[in-house]
Design a protein around this ligand. Structure first.
Ligand code: AMP
Ligand code: MG
Length: 486
């Protein structure tokens, strides 16, 4: 276990130099308080959890103090936002403080979000508000706990520094961690500015540091693109299987690692709705729940375009062609598990699709449905969940099929329950729960967000005294409008 001043840094991205990022010091926020920290994320840095109790902890993660080995820099990138190319984005309100190497030899980028203005801030103030910082913190650690690839979050610090959004709010900072902060948009930036030597330098950097196995392949860049396609197929399968809506799948918010990245107005579905749009600013529904699959494919095509100087178009096309079949295979695998099925049968995909159709017409809570389905033996469980469906004839037809399917599985109920509960969370990061935690934190009470984070870190495990966190949303919490202004 390390103290804060015992971290070792190896700032590889900073060494790429000024064409890739700009040196900027964090601009501190006033009177910092630690809102919440993740023990699991601290462990990735080998940090002793007791470090969070030292006043210097909040000072570092509010921009007041810095390790001497840190080299804070704002990265430059561009990207397609809502389908249109924006030639210059970059870290407008976040800084890569440096790369920590842990005892296991892993590199973890420390990125301080909300660290003040940079050359890429455009009209923005360089700040993040408490609300969005808490939302990103909770989601990062929750998706990880669910087993969904994600960037991580170390902590959130609150402050008295005012910022103006639709109204006055207070600035906060989030410390985000990931093995790399390179986005699709990094490649697009050097491609569209025709700096192909820099594009090559970036590619070589990413291959050496994040995709070393691709260097063994006859065509490393083609292998790299294929791998990014594969990772994204798996990632999106997780999102669809677990009802996660990202909300802003711009190419600058897509990680090269295939992890969930740059959380904004995301939502976990409460009632199942394939057309759900979680981003209040997404008028056309480009990033609606079901569109996440074709949009990921679109984004991968945009990345492929940026790799055309190094890979034949036919090869890129071939790799892109893998996306949909791979996605479908992963998705079906995850959904079989959620339904308690251990074998594969022809017709399983149709079974899943028909379930979603029946859910769509009712007011069925997507997450709790699966949890309750595993709670009792199939026949009793179906009778229990039936109450939430509206179109009972359709539900009964589906239930009969599912019952026959589970009968062919065999096995005993105790095993089935344990198996299903291990993949179907009891606790879900619902927008209304995040909202309650935020409202308390805005009043200076951090106990709600800390408890929520704690419970969500073991989402499959029933925990005493927190029955209220398993509830479906109250009326006010059903249709919260979450905007991009964060
Ligand atoms: P996001 O919607 O958070 O993914 O941000 C899109 C782009 O806008 C990125 O380049 C951000 O750095 C930048 N940005 C967002 N909010 C701010 C802000 N308050 N100040 C400066 N830049 C911002
Ligand atoms: Mg972003």
């Amino acid at each position: 276990m390390k103290a804060l001043d015992e971290l070792s840094f190896d700032n590889r991205f900073a060494r790429l130099g000024d064409a890739f990022s700009t040196e900027v010091l964090p601009d501190p926020i006033a009177n910092p308080r630690l809102v919440v920290a993740s023990r699991a994320a601290l462990a990735l840095l080998d940090l002793d959890p007791a470090v969070t109790e030292e006043p210097v902890f909040a000072e570092i993660f509010a921009g007041h103090k810095l390790w001497s080995e840190a080299e804070p820099r704002a990265m430059v990138y561009s990207g397609h936002q809502f389908g249109a190319y924006n030639p210059r984005l970059g870290d407008g309100r976040g800084l890569l403080l440096g790369e920590v190497v842990n005892d296991a030899g892993e590199h973890w980028d420390l990125h301080l979000k909300g660290a003040g203005q940079t050359p890429y801030s455009r009209m923005g103030d360089g700040r993040a508000v408490l609300r969005s910082s808490i939302r990103e913190f909770l989601a990062s650690e929750y998706l990880y706990a669910l087993g969904i690839p994600s960037s991580r979050a170390l902590c959130v610090t609150a402050s008295d520094t005012p910022v103006w959004r639709e109204q006055k709010e207070n600035a906060a900072m989030l410390l985000r961690m990931a093995p790399s902060h390179v986005r699709f948009g990094h490649f697009e930036y050097f491609y569209y500015t025709q700096q192909h030597d820099k594009l090559k330098e970036l590619g070589d950097f990413v291959l050496a540091n994040s995709f070393p196995a691709c260097l063994e392949q006859p065509q490393p860049y083609a292998a790299f693109f294929r791998e990014v396609v594969e990772r994204n197929a798996e990632l999106i399968a997780y999102w669809q299987a677990y009802g996660f809506c990202h909300g802003v799948m711009n190419t600058d918010n897509m990680s090269i690692l295939g992890i969930t990245f740059d959380y904004g107005p995301y939502a976990f579905l409460d009632d199942f709705d394939a057309k759900h749009i979680c981003n209040h600013s997404d008028d056309s529904g480009r990033y609606s729940f079901n569109n996440q699959v074709p949009i990921a494919h679109w984004n991968l095509a945009a990345l492929g375009q940026a790799l055309t100087p190094f890979v034949e178009v036919d090869e890129l096309r071939e790799a892109l062609g893998l996306f949909l079949p791979l996605y479908q295979a992963h998705y079906l695998d995850l959904m079989r598990r959620r339904l308690g099925l251990t074998t594969a049968e022809e017709g399983d995909l149709e079974l899943v699709q028909r379930l979603l159709q029946v859910m769509q017409s009712g007011a069925v809570d997507y997450s709790l449905f699966f949890r309750r389905l595993g709670e009792q033996a199939p026949e009793q469980a179906l009778a229990t969940v039936r109450e939430d469906f509206v179109d009972l004839a359709d539900f009964d037809a589906w239930a009969a099929e599912y019952l026959a399917r589970t009968a062919r599985e065999g096995g005993n109920q105790d095993e089935r329950r344990a198996r299903m509960h291990a993949v179907n969370p009891l606790y879900v990061l619902r927008n209304y729960l995040a909202q309650e935690a935020i409202a308390a934190a805005e009043q200076g009470d951090y106990s709600v967000v800390r408890q929520l984070h704690e419970v969500l870190s073991k989402p499959f495990e029933e925990q005493p005294g927190v029955e209220h966190l398993t509830r479906r949303p109250p009326d006010w919490g059903r249709h919260l409008e979450i905007s991009c202004s964060s």
